[in-house]
Structures are given as C-alpha cells and as structure tokens.
Design a protein around this ligand. Structure first.
Ligand code: MN3
Length: 246
C-alpha cells in the first residue's frame, strides 16, 4: 500500500512532468526525423528501422554486429521502456522520450532507473544509427566545421580529444560531441546516460559498449574507434547542429 505521503509526492511529480507536455511534443514533431518518433499512447514506443542495410558499414562495422545491435539490443531497450512507462506513468498520453530524459527527477521514482537506462538506450541508439552511413564524410563542412575550429582549434585536435574520451570511458558508455548552450564540448557518459539529462544536446556520439564492437574487434576498442571515424555521417551532424544551435 502506498502511504498518503508517497501518494502526494507521486502526484506532484506527475503534474510537474506533464505540465510542459504539449510544447515538448510539438518540438519533437518539428525536429523529426532526427529524434525518435513519439507514440500517441503510453507504451507505444517502436524500434525505428536502420536507415541502411546491415552490411552498409562494412568493413568498418560488420553486418552481424549491426544486426544484433539493432534487432536485439535496441529492441530490448524499446521493450523495457514500454514496460516501465506502461506500469509507471499516471497518464495515457505518451511523453516524448526526450521529455522523460530531460527531467528524470520528474519521472516516478519506481520507474526512474528503468527509464534512465532503457529510455536512454532508445534515444541514444535512435540517434547513433543516423550518425553513421556508408562511406562517411571524413570531416564536417560549413558552420559546423567553423564551430569545431572555434571550440577545439582544429579538426585533428577535436578528433584526438573525442577519441580519448571514448577510450577513457571505463566500462560501458558513450563519448559525445554536445551542444552546451552555444558551445561545443566533448564528454563521456556511463551506461545509457545521455547528455540530455544534464541539459546538453548530443550532436555526435559513439557507442563504446562491447556489444558495439566485440565480434570484430574483441577487446580492441581503439581499433573500433579508428574504424568508426570512417562511417561518421557529418551531413547528419551538421544538419542537427544548424537546427539546434541558438
Ligand atoms: Mn549499443
């Protein structure tokens, strides 16, 4: 049985979480398709299709890794997110996954960890597939190239610092290029934590969980990162940057 105090707390959190909902949904629609689709009904999150064939990123990332990563790992995050929100959210209208992750403290406590891990997993992977493509662009161009130079001096220094963040993440996690206000920064997050939860917007990320590389690279994360640079979809990152910069 829930005590009266717990009930009041849960109700207050739920109100805080959904006060801003309509505008958050509108924003999500406006930025589609670079963010995961928001279902109408709680528990209706779906696995977005890979935007290319499983073998499109060969030889840098092998087809079997892509298939298991997308069809099994990402699918499991979606299923577990749906399970959590179906049992734990006091609403029938679905918030965007971004809305949940941007204010985890507003998510009811009994599903907060599940939403953090599985909502983060769903959001991060939905972006990750789009951040890669067959025959990557090598380097950014245009406004993003200028912003990278301003923030890091030059592209080589950015690449070096990003690689260090990816190698330095102990255990499972991600390295990111993020927009923090109007500044570009590099950071690493553990597990499926996403920069959204600390008020930043991810522009580019690399998954350094072993499931992302172990079949082909075994324990050699450094070799995976070197190969991964060949499939970065800088067009996607640049478009995201121009949409999201202040
Ligand atoms: Mn992964």
């Amino acid at each position: 049985m829930m005590t009266r105090r717990q009930a009041i707390k849960t109700t207050a959190l739920a109100s805080a979480a959904f006060a801003a909902l309509p505008s958050a949904i509108a924003q999500t629609i406006a930025t589609a398709p670079t963010t995961p689709p928001t279902p109408a009904i709680v528990g209706g999150f779906t696995l977005p299709p890979l935007p290319y064939a499983y073998d499109a990123l060969e030889p840098h990332i092998d087809a079997l890794t892509m298939q298991i990563h997308h069809d099994k790992h990402h699918a499991a995050y979606v299923a577990n997110l749906n399970k959590a929100v179906t049992t734990g959210l006091p609403t029938t209208v679905s918030p965007a996954v971004e809305t949940l992750l941007e204010d985890l403290n507003a998510v009811p406590e009994n599903i907060r960890t599940a939403v953090r891990n599985n909502g983060g997993g769903h959001y991060n992977h939905s972006l990750f597939w789009q951040m890669m493509k067959k025959d990557g662009d090598g380097e950014p161009t245009g406004d993003l190239a200028k912003a990278v130079e301003t923030a890091f001096g030059n592209f080589a220094t950015f690449k070096d610092n990003f690689t260090k963040a990816a190698l330095g993440q102990f255990g499972s996690g991600w390295a990111w290029l993020v927009l923090d206000g109007s500044a570009l920064k590099i950071e690493a997050t553990p597990n499926q934590d996403t920069p959204l939860s600390s008020g930043k917007t991810p522009l580019l990320g690399v998954d350094v969980w072993e499931h992302a590389y172990y079949l082909k690279y075994q324990n050699k994360r450094a070799d995976y990162i070197i190969a991964w640079w060949n499939v970065v979809n800088w067009d996607f990152v640049a478009e995201r940057y121009s949409k999201l910069k202040a």
